[in-house]
Design a protein around this ligand. Structure first.
Ligand code: HEM
Length: 402
């Protein structure tokens, strides 16, 4: 029998090598299995490839451009309007609301009544799923959290997934019968999965989890990046007032601030893989079957050889050492599980000529919309950390608007 150990990787090249190995499978979400079992990021090999190939269709360039052009401005306006009217906002709640509105559209979660109460319930389910996915870091009793998640999952299914499935199945049947054109089908994950149910062999409870995962992965990561970017820019602009106009006039500057924030604070500080067999790295190091490999993203992303002597500082003007080094480090992963939503969240690093106005990503557009509405910290209510998790999340962040 092989000896199971844990090793940590903290260099860029070795981390990329780990991400590419077929003999290493996802291990980060073992504790969060209650939400994450059977979802894309937890699949391996052929099963992962088959589902990823289908879901990739939702993240084609033209779909992303149409989201950013036709959809982001109205979602941002509608979500921010009441906060602008009251002249203030609490960013943690507001950003999850905003990003959830987009993630629900992309995942395929309908809100049949469209009432604020219905949106509040969806929000509460999503926040519970976020707690489930990060269960390993909870400071609460994990068994109590698990009970709450199981209950939320079944209520979420009954209220949101069941009617969303029903509406799509009716549309799919109409298209199959030749009574309606292909274009009547919604462009979302749920529709893709329902149309390919036979080849993917997905059971209903897995379908519910996959949609819950897209909702939380889409919303939570972008929401935290949004709040942290605003926080970083507030501090930066205090020290560099000469950049104050750039947040309004230069979307690329704001996008670089988002990338820099994501580099310094990846959505998870580590990635983790488990060896399905003995794996030999280029260095000759053998990872024994059953062993765990941890990629220390905080260290990899702050490598001074790649990002300079001030690698641990926030600097939106930073130029990485060369073009092979990404501005976001390895915060979107790499290899087979590389983030499917990277362009949606943070746009493209290099834009194509035809679509150059629209490839900055939702986090960038949302951050800039806040500056355009006069966002500034609220001196009467300093930001507080979230004490329910050991991860460094803001629990509340009050700002003034207008
Ligand atoms: C700032 C924003 C985001 C960050 C930092 C982020 C980060 C990541 C990382 C690090 C992974 C790889 C996990 C691993 O290899 O263990 C990942 C995978 C994934 N992300 Fe994101 N993500 C972001 C936004 C999004 C959005 C907007 C969506 C959905 C619309 C999304 C959906 C996913 C999915 C489905 C996977 C799994 C891909 C697979 O296993 O094939 N992410 N993300």
């Amino acid at each position: 029998m092989s000896e199971a150990t844990t090793m940590t990787v903290n260099t860029f090249d070795e981390a990329k090598e780990i991400y590419r190995q077929k003999g290493l499978r996802q291990a980060l979400y073992d504790a969060g299995e209650i939400v994450m079992s059977g979802v894309l990021v937890n699949l391996h090999g052929d099963e992962h490839r088959a589902r990823r190939r289908l879901e990739n269709r939702l993240f084609r360039r033209e779909t992303l451009v149409s989201y950013e052009r036709d959809f982001f401005p109205s979602i941002i306006d509608a979500t921010l309007k009441p906060y602008v009217a009251q002249g203030s906002a609490e960013l943690v709640h507001m950003s999850h609301q905003l990003m959830m509105n987009l993630a629900a559209h992309n995942a395929g979660v309908d809100r049949p009544t469209g009432t604020p109460e219905e949106t509040d319930r969806l929000y509460n389910y999503m926040m519970k799923f976020i707690e489930g996915a990060t269960l390993a870091h909870t400071t609460r009793d994990p068994e109590v959290v698990k009970g709450e998640i199981t209950e939320s999952m079944s209520l979420f299914d009954a209220e949101f997934i069941a009617p969303s499935v029903q509406r799509r199945q009716a549309l799919i049947a109409e298209v199959a019968a030749g009574n309606a054109p292909e274009s009547t089908l919604p462009l979302d994950i749920l529709t893709v999965l329902l149309r390919n149910e036979d080849s993917l062999h997905i059971e209903h409870h897995t379908l519910v989890r996959e949609i819950a995962f897209f909702l939380l992965a889409g919303a939570h990561t972008s929401a935290t990046a949004f709040v942290r970017t605003l926080d970083n820019l507030f501090s930066w602009l205090e020290k560099h007032p000469e950049d104050s106009e750039l947040v309004h006039t230069n979307r690329e500057f704001v996008q670089h601030a988002v990338y820099e924030t994501i580099r310094l604070n990846p959505s998870s500080p580590i990635a983790m893989r488990r060896a399905l067999e003995d794996v030999t790295l280029r260095s000759g190091l053998v990872i024994k079957e059953g062993s765990t490999v941890v990629i220390d993203l905080m260290a990899v992303n702050r490598d001074v050889a790649m990002y300079g002597a001030d690698a641990a500082e926030f600097n939106p003007h930073r130029q990485p050492a060369d073009s092979t080094v990404s501005r976001w480090g390895l915060s979107f992963g790499s290899g087979m599980h590389a983030c499917i939503g990277q362009e949606l969240a943070a746009g493209l690093n290099e834009r194509s000529q035809e679509t150059s106005d629209y490839e900055y990503g939702l986090s960038t557009v949302a951050v800039q919309s806040m500056f355009d509405r006069g966002v500034r910290p609220d001196p009467a209510h300093p930001p507080q950390m979230d004490t329910a998790t050991s991860r460094p999340y803001w629990g509340s962040y009050s700002v003034l608007l207008g």
